[in-house]
Design a protein around this ligand. Structure first.
Ligand code: PGA
Length: 257
C-alpha cells in the first residue's frame, strides 16, 4: 500500500486522568515509529487533555451525535469534539449499533455531520457469528457498509484522506479469537471492490481498511501481511503503551499492502 499503516486505539469506556501517562508513553513511542500513523480514541473526557500534550499521535472520539447542537441531553456534537482537539471519530461500532440501537441511517447521518465538522471518520462494519455461520457475512457487510456511508456525491473530494473503514467481525471483538487471515483477506477484498465501485479507482484504492477484533502484538504481523489490510483498530490491547506499541512495531516492519 502507498499510505502509511494506521493503528488506532479504541479505549472504549476505559480511562480516567490516571491514563494520561499511558497516552504520553504511546505518544513518545509513536515518535520512534514515524512510518506508522498512530492514534487513540479515548473517552470524551480525555480528548482535550491528550490533544494538548500529544506531539505525534492524533486523538479522536468514539462517537458523536448527528445534530449540530440543541436539546439533546447527554450528547456531544461533531463540532464539539473537533473543538476539543479531536481529528477523527469512530462511527458505527458494533457496540453502538447493538447497545444503542444505531441503525445504518443514523450512522450515515453521523458521518455526514462529522465530515461537515472537518473530522476524518473511521466507519466500522462487521457481521455477527450467526450471520457468518449462515454463510451471509459478505452480503451483510456489503449492505451494511453501503447503507452506512454517505453517498459518493456527499463525500469530500479527498475521500481517501477523510475516510477509513474498519472491518470488525462482532464475534472477534474482545474474545481473544481474531478472524483467520483467509477470512480477513476475503472480506477486505470485498470491501476494496465496494470502495472502488463507490468512489472510483483512485480514491477507492487508497482508502485504508483496518482490521479490528482481538488484534494483539503476537498476531499483528500475520494480519498486516494480508492484502488490503491498512492497519488495525485495537480495543483491549490499546490500553497499555507496551502492547499497543507492540502492534505499531509489527506495522512498521516491511508492510506492502
Ligand atoms: P478488541 O476490540 O481489540 O478488544 O477486540 C476491538 C474494537 O472493538 O474496536
Amino acid at each position: 500500500m502507498t499510505r502509511r499503516p494506521y493503528i488506532v486505539g479504541n479505549w472504549k469506556m476505559h480511562g480516567t486522568r490516571a491514563m494520561l501517562s499511558e497516552a504520553r508513553a504511546i505518544d513518545r513511542a509513536a515518535q520512534r515509529h514515524m512510518k506508522v500513523e498512530v492514534a487513540i480514541a479515548p473517552p470524551y473526557t480525555l480528548i482535550h487533555a491528550i490533544h494538548r500534550e500529544a506531539e505525534q499521535i492524533a486523538v479522536g472520539a468514539q462517537d458523536c451525535h448527528q445534530a449540530d447542537g440543541g436539546a439533546h441531553t447527554g450528547d456531544v456534537s461533531a463540532a464539539m469534539i473537533a473543538d476539543a482537539g479531536a481529528k477523527f471519530v469512530i462511527l458505527g461500532h458494533s457496540e453502538r449499533r447493538q447497545m444503542h440501537g444505531e441503525s445504518d441511517a443514523l450512522v450515515r447521518a453521523k458521518a455526514e455531520s462529522a465530515l461537515a465538522a472537518g473530522l476524518r471518520i473511521i466507519m466500522c462494519c462487521g457481521e455477527s457469528a450467526e450471520t457468518r455461520e449462515s454463510g451471509k457475512a459478505v452480503a451483510f457487510v456489503k449492505r451494511q457498509l453501503k447503507a452506512s456511508l454517505p453517498p459518493a456525491d456527499a463525500m469530500p473530494a479527498d475521500v481517501a484522506e477523510r475516510l477509513t473503514i474498519a472491518y470488525e467481525p462482532i464475534w472477534a471483538i474482545g474474545t481473544g479469537t481474531a478472524a483467520t487471515t483467509d477470512d480477513i483477506a476475503e472480506m477486505h477484498g470485498v470491501i476494496r471492490a465496494l470502495l472502488v465501485d463507490l468512489f472510483g479507482p483512485e480514491q477507492g484504492a487508497e482508502v485504508r481498511i483496518l482490521y479490528g477484533g482481538s488484534v494483539k502484538p503476537d498476531n499483528a504481523a500475520a494480519i498486516f501481511a494480508v492484502p488490503d489490510v491498512g492497519g488495525a483498530l485495537v480495543g483491549g490491547a490499546s490500553l497499555t503503551a507496551d502492547s499497543f506499541m507492540g502492534i505499531a512495531l509489527a506495522a512498521s516492519e516491511p508492510f506492502e499492502n
